[in-house]
Design a protein. Structure first.
Lengths: 198, 471
């Protein structure tokens, strides 16, 4: 180290130019970080999907793709609909009151759908995004409780849902399956991605 | 540092003249060879645990070389990626071999690195003055995990896709900023082409550069402070025995002594490595998961998804955090706070601080979903390793001179880690969940209680010189 006294004016200018350089560096980083955002093309791809459910029989489920996600359309049997009353005390959020995935008003009921028998839901677990598998067989079976009434099991982390997509208590997933905005164009034609409000 | 220009006798051999010509023009390279190889004195009592650092370096080279050749044929495009990997496997001459070397190399990397870390753990290699060596090492481990995770997306199979979906969604669990952060990582609303492209970029250039820089820092820091050894005796300490030239009597030059040692280990390693590459590249579904031979399908998750084996201990800890488990964790926080207030000799305002901090943590634990805490636990399990140098309060470094029960404790730690790893590849089950919760508590207890348990019991006398019998 030299014994020369510190030239405070020089030091001030060094600090000033270093700060100016840092501001420039941050400004230059903005476009790079911004480039991580979804592109305009990715944002544009989100059109509503129209589905014909006339061929769907009770107990059957079809899957359609909407915004890259699987959307399930399940036509529930009367027995499955009755099971919702039995699962009511076992599920974490029976009235779909939680806000993380807002359930549309028309699906804020026990069957979480517009028509009681037709369930429309995004088949993506609210835990970490796996697509749960169908477990419509009732009764004891591996990975499921013995009083199983039918529903969905997420194989990734073991979350279980009833046939209305309501998550059971004390499971990794905090929320019920998302119900996408949807409406009926006719008795058998359904549009997913748009509803009457929009 | 100016080097003196050395003249050489005109009668010297041609080889000596060439060497002299280069040494006068690039002395740094010659100095580096001396500092890091021929005059780097390493303790002479290294055992087989000391080969894994060199092996990790070799595996890194294997991964870089095979990776360069794979990039020549691979296509980072969601529509083409899966088929291009199959093209490498079927149509590119010897492509299958290069790809199997790369995929086996990934698992080999973790095997070697886990053993290398365990060596550091039992011989106290992370302790003063080697804290930074250990921290650089932990950073390498973290970078390696990122590298492996992003590389795993590239074949664009079912496990690639859903594994990435799950891990990216981990970030979405962070309160407030999570969903936007996950969007920024994916570059789309779901894992898709944009995600594949950026992971490819990170996997082939960004992370490897960071990894190489960290490896250099790890080695330079190690060579500055000198290697530890199984006895934990400092061979370069001011009062350690040295010869007339000041060279440690308990040290031998890295080259040729440990280059030979490591080359022997390398030949053993390569036998095992090539055996896997040629005869069991999928390794029963552990190195290459069977579901990854199915192209990625965003609409269907395979019935059983699990990460590759090297992530499963941490994945088990993630799965262990249910809302029930949160009560156990809250109890742990309260217990810690009570002990801190009752037992610790601290001024009153610090004790008040402990109470307030515990109250805030408990409130957060009650108000934020278990899902977020699962992510915190999984990340914390890796991050806690960085703090090891300051958690260990034992009077001695090496396990050889610690109380005998330490060996059992470390044994249980390893078994616990293996059980967590095993549970992570299994489908979720109620019994497995309970066991992994106990295992998670043990894993964190091992580290967080180390400041206390490492002081308990009588240590054995540490010798002045390393234990060494010539062979």
């Amino acid at each position: 180290m030299s014994d020369t006294p510190i030239d405070s004016s020089k030091r001030t200018w060094i600090i000033t130019s270093a700060c100016a350089g840092a501001v420039g560096g941050v400004a230059a980083a903005v476009p790079f970080v911004s480039s991580f955002q979804p592109s305009e093309r990715a944002k544009a791809a989100g059109a509503a999907v129209e589905v014909d459910i006339s061929a769907l029989k009770p107990g059957e489920k079809i899957t359609v793709e909407w915004r890259g996600k699987p959307v399930w359309i399940l036509k529930r049997t009367p027995a499955q609909l009755e099971s919702l009353a039995q699962t009511e005390p076992q599920v974490a959020d029976p009235k779909s009151d939680r806000k993380a995935y807002t359930t549309p008003e028309y699906a804020k009921n026990q069957h979480r759908s517009i028509k009681p028998e037709v369930f429309v839901g995004v088949g993506i677990c609210t835990h970490l995004g796996c697509s749960p598998g169908d477990r419509f067989q009732t009764g004891p079976q591996p990975s499921l409780p013995d009083d199983w009434h039918g529903g969905f099991l997420c194989a990734c982390h073991g979350s279980t849902f009833d046939v209305a997509g309501r998550v059971f208590k004390n499971k990794p997933a905090p929320d019920n399956l998302e119900v996408p905005p949807h409406m009926y164009l006719s008795d058998t034609r359904l549009i997913i991605g748009e509803d009457k409000k929009a | 540092m100016a080097h003196e220009f050395k003249e050489i006798s005109p009668n010297a051999s041609a080889g000596a003249k060439v060497t002299n010509w280069f040494e006068n023009r690039f002395p740094t390279a010659f100095d580096a060879y001396r500092v890091h190889m021929s005059e780097y004195y390493a303790p002479k009592n290294f055992n087989f645990w000391y080969v894994f650092g060199s092996l990790a370096l070799v595996v890194l080279v294997i991964q870089i070389v095979t990776g360069i050749f794979l990039v020549m044929h691979y296509k980072p495009d969601a529509a083409l990626a899966f088929a291009s990997v199959e093209y490498i496997m079927r149509d590119v001459p010897w492509g299958w071999l290069i790809r199997y070397m790369h995929s086996t190399g990934a698992s080999a990397f973790f095997i070697v690195v886990y053993l290398h870390m365990f060596r550091g753990l039992i011989y106290g290699s992370y302790r003063k003055p080697r804290e930074l060596v250990w921290i650089f090492g932990c950073a390498i481990f973290l970078a390696l995990m990122a590298e492996a995770f992003m590389g795993y997306l590239l074949p664009w199979g079912q496990m690639s896709y859903w594994g990435a979906q799950v891990i990216v969604n981990l970030f979405a669990a962070i309160p407030f900023v999570g969903p936007d952060l996950a969007l920024l990582i994916r570059g789309d609303f779901v894992v898709g082409d944009a995600t594949l492209n950026r992971f490819f970029s990170f996997h082939v250039i960004a992370v490897p550069l960071v990894l190489l820089g960290l490896v250099v820092a790890h080695l330079l820091a190690l060579h500055d402070v000198g290697s530890n050894n199984p006895d934990g005796v400092e061979i370069k300490a001011p009062n350690a025995p040295k010869d007339a030239n000041g060279k440690p009597l308990d040290g031998v030059p890295f080259h040729p002594y440990y280059t030979v040692h490591d080359i022997f280990a390398l030949s053993m390693f390569l036998m095992a490595f090539t055996a896997v590459v040629f005869f069991a590249p999928e390794f029963g579904g552990y190195f290459l998961e069977y579901n990854n031979f199915i192209p990625a399908d965003p609409l269907v998750t395979p019935l059983h998804i699990a990460p590759v084996w090297y992530f499963t201990p941490f994945y088990s800890m993630l799965r262990a955090i249910t809302s029930e488990m949160m009560y156990a964790l809250i109890a742990c926080v309260l217990l810690g706070a009570i002990l801190g207030v009752v037992k610790a000799r601290l001024p009153g305002f610090l004790k008040g601080g402990i109470v307030i901090a515990a109250a805030v943590v408990v409130l957060l634990m009650l108000s934020i979903d278990a899902k977020f805490w699962g992510v915190v636990v999984m990340g914390g399990a890796v991050i806690i390793l960085f703090f090891l140098p300051w958690l260990d309060n034992s009077a001695v470094k090496s396990i050889r001179y610690r109380p005998s029960w330490h060996k059992y404790l470390y044994g249980i730690f390893v078994i616990n880690f293996l059980i967590l790893g095993y549970l992570g590849v299994q489908p979720p089950s109620p019994v497995g969940e309970r066991v992994s919760q106990v295992g998670t508590l043990f894993y964190f207890g091992f580290f967080l209680l180390m400041p206390w348990w490492s002081r308990i019991g009588a240590t054995k006398p540490v010798p002045d010189r390393v234990n060494f019998t010539a062979h």
